[in-house]
Every structure is written in structure tokens, then in C-alpha cells.
Design a protein around this ligand. Structure first.
Ligand code: TXA
Ligand code: MG
Length: 326
């Protein structure tokens, strides 16, 4: 990994050169850090899977810097997709649309749709523009683990296996983009994320929410076990059942209704006043802190399922499934 003491403009210029040369670069977006490669370069994309230890059945989101690039990637932009991208791009929204043959199958894992998003983070936009190609990028963590919201998170996990990490500070939104597929009859929610479902439905009307089994066919990466800490995490309705001597707690905000928090070794409140945007922003860093704090178990209390709360609950629920992650 190269040093990151140079200024942002110089970092972006060097990173764009690396992308054009077939390398992989970790870069900030407003949601989480991405691990990027030229979306038209199959070998570079293969390296992304390798570095992340991600199975090839789990496709990559393609990042663009302007609407014009969308036409290079997809064959059709239905009116509802147009409305949605007009309203929420640049920002934490990904749309799945029928892919052009120019998009390599390795990027979409052989699926007929390409997932595309225009991030709002300035460094990300500058990087994509300077590279001159769309950038395929999953979150810059090892497969199955918690997503990174700082350059330090990326370095601690991927370290020397990437060609460069651009340090753009902490991510503003802190939770991944909302993914809406336009591949079926109705717009379908493949992943709740940084754009609230209510706001999306305000623009395009009802969005279908598939059952988990159906979801896995449409978006193979949405496996049950994901975003997981190394220490077991359990979602509980209240803390009465948690009597482990060395447990940590994740809760939305300080609140006397929670009960006796004195029995926890470490408590992480996601917000001081219950603000769901602030909570989304803090979630992954809080999970990492607890994971590295020496506790033997992490208990998490449910978050209201409105606004960004839907995405926070989704991540906690998937982190809590029993199973082995890589
Ligand atoms: O906010 C984000 O979306 C971040 C930043 C870096 O942009 N990216 C991100 O990528 O979260 P990743 O790879 O960690 O998650 C992408 C999700 C996976 O669940 C994958 O299955 C789904 O998007 N996906 C990607 N391409 C798809 C496709 N062509 N069809 C259906 N689902 C797709
Ligand atoms: Mg991810």
C-alpha cells in the first residue's frame, strides 16, 4: 500500500492511474468505502473478488460520475428508474437495470441486470471522472464482515493487498446504498439502505419487498449471514435475558426504559437523541469497536423500522444470524 500523506487531488490523480492500469483502489463514498476497479476490465474485477475473498456469485455495483455513463452500461431506463435517479442521484441509491453486453459477466455474476449508482462523495466522483471509466466496487471489507466507514477500517482489514487507499475521512451516511431493481414487473427493494424507502415510494409509488428466499435469487449477495462481527451478536427485544459476565450492548440512544445497563462491560449508543441518520452513520464503527473490545457477546436492541431504521435493523439482523462467515 502506498502512503496517503499527499493531498486529495494528488491521491485522486494517482488512484485514477492505478484504476486505468488494471489495479484496485479503496476510496471513500458517502455510504461506505469501496474497493474499486475498472468495470470494463475483467482481470481487474477478478482481483477485487480475490482481495475481498468474495465468492464469484456475488455481483458488484458499478459507480458512475454522470448520467451519460448509465447509457454505456444498460439497454433500457424505464420512466420510474429515470424519476428515481433524477431525484436521488448523486446519492445512496443503486438501480438494477438490463445490462449491455459490454458489461462483463464477472461484474454481474452472470445476472441479466447491472447494479449502478452515482455516489455523492466528491472524491469518489473525481476519481471516476479522472479514471474515465465506470468503477465496479463492493464495500472494502473482507467478505461477510462489517463494512468500512473510515480509511483506517480498510487498512486494518485489507492492508497491503490493495494498490492504494484514498483517505477521505469518515463516511457521511455510514450505511450502504438502497438497491432498487427494475428487472421485474414492479420496482423491487433488494436492499434497504441510505435512502429511506418512504422517500423512494413518495417518488415512484409502491415498491415490492421480496421474501428472503426470493431475494437470494435476485441478489445473490444478500445472504443471511453478512455484516457480521467476529464475536457473536444477538438481537434481543430487551436485556433481561442477557446475563453473560462479559457482554457488550448496542442500543439506539440512552433511555431509562432499557433497564440495568450496568451489567454490560461496554455500551454503544448509536445516537445521543434517537436520530436514525446519526445512528446509521455510527452503526458499523460501533460494531467494530465492540468486536475489538474483548467482550464475549454483543447484544443489540431493535431500532424503529422507519426511515434509515429499516436498513439498520437489516444489518443487525444479518449480523446476528448464526453461521460461519469467511
Ligand atoms: O453503498 C454501497 O452500495 C457500497 C458503496 C461502496 O457504493 N457498495 C456496496 O457493495 O455495498 P457490496 O458489494 O458490498 O454490496 C452490493 C450488493 C450485494 O448484495 C449484491 O448482491 C448486490 O448489491 N448486487 C450487485 N450487483 C447486482 C446485480 N447486478 N443484480 C442484483 N444485485 C446486485
Ligand atoms: Mg458489502
Amino acid at each position: 500500500m502506498r502512503d496517503v500523506t499527499i493531498n486529495a487531488g494528488e491521491q485522486v490523480r494517482r488512484a485514477a492511474e492505478i484504476i486505468r492500469g488494471g489495479g484496485v483502489v479503496a476510496f471513500p463514498t458517502e455510504t461506505v468505502y469501496g474497493l474499486g476497479a475498472n468495470a470494463f476490465d475483467e482481470l481487474a474485477a477478478a482481483r477485487v473478488f480475490e482481495v475481498k475473498r468474495r465468492p464469484f456469485f456475488d455481483p458488484l455495483i458499478i459507480h458512475i460520475a454522470n448520467k451519460g455513463q448509465l447509457g454505456d452500461l444498460v439497454t433500457d431506463i424505464p420512466p420510474l428508474a429515470e424519476k428515481l435517479t433524477d431525484r436521488f442521484w448523486p446519492g445512496p441509491l443503486t438501480v438494477v437495470l438490463p445490462k449491455k453486453t459490454a458489461v462483463p459477466d464477472i461484474i454481474t455474476s452472470g445476472l441479466p441486470g447491472a447494479a449502478v449508482r452515482m455516489p455523492s462523495n466528491n472524491i469518489a466522483l473525481q476519481l471516476i471522472s479522472a479514471a474515465g471509466v465506470p468503477i465496479a466496487a463492493p464495500s472494502a471489507n473482507l467478505f461477510g464482515y462489517v463494512s468500512p466507514t473510515s480509511a483506517e477500517h480498510v487498512r486494518s482489514q485489507l492492508g497491503d493487498s490493495v494498490d492504494m487507499v484514498i483517505d477521505g475521512g469518515e463516511c457521511d451516511v455510514g450505511i450502504e446504498s438502497t438497491i432498487i431493481s427494475f428487472m421485474g414487473e414492479q420496482p423491487t427493494l433488494l436492499r434497504p439502505g441510505g435512502t429511506a424507502l418512504e422517500d423512494i415510494e413518495d417518488v415512484i409509488g409502491k415498491v415490492t419487498i421480496p421474501a428472503n428466499s426470493d431475494l437470494k435469487n435476485q441478489s445473490p449477495g444478500r445472504s443471511d449471514q453478512h455484516y457480521a462481527t467476529s464475536i457473536p451478536l444477538v438481537l434481543v427485544d430487551d436485556i433481561t435475558g442477557i446475563n453473560d459476565v462479559n457482554a457488550g450492548l448496542i442500543a439506539l440512544a440512552p433511555n431509562s426504559d432499557i433497564g440495568d445497563i450496568g451489567k454490560f462491560t461496554k455500551v454503544e449508543y448509536l445516537s445521543s437523541n434517537g436520530d436514525l441518520r446519526e445512528a446509521a452513520c455510527n452503526l458499523f464503527a460501533a460494531m467494530r469497536r465492540l468486536d475489538n473490545s474483548g467482550v464475549g457477546l454483543i447484544a443489540a436492541l431493535p431500532i424503529p423500522k422507519t426511515g434509515l431504521g429499516l436498513a439498520i435493523n437489516d444489518r443487525l439482523a444479518r449480523a446476528s444470524r448464526k453461521g460461519v462467515h469467511i
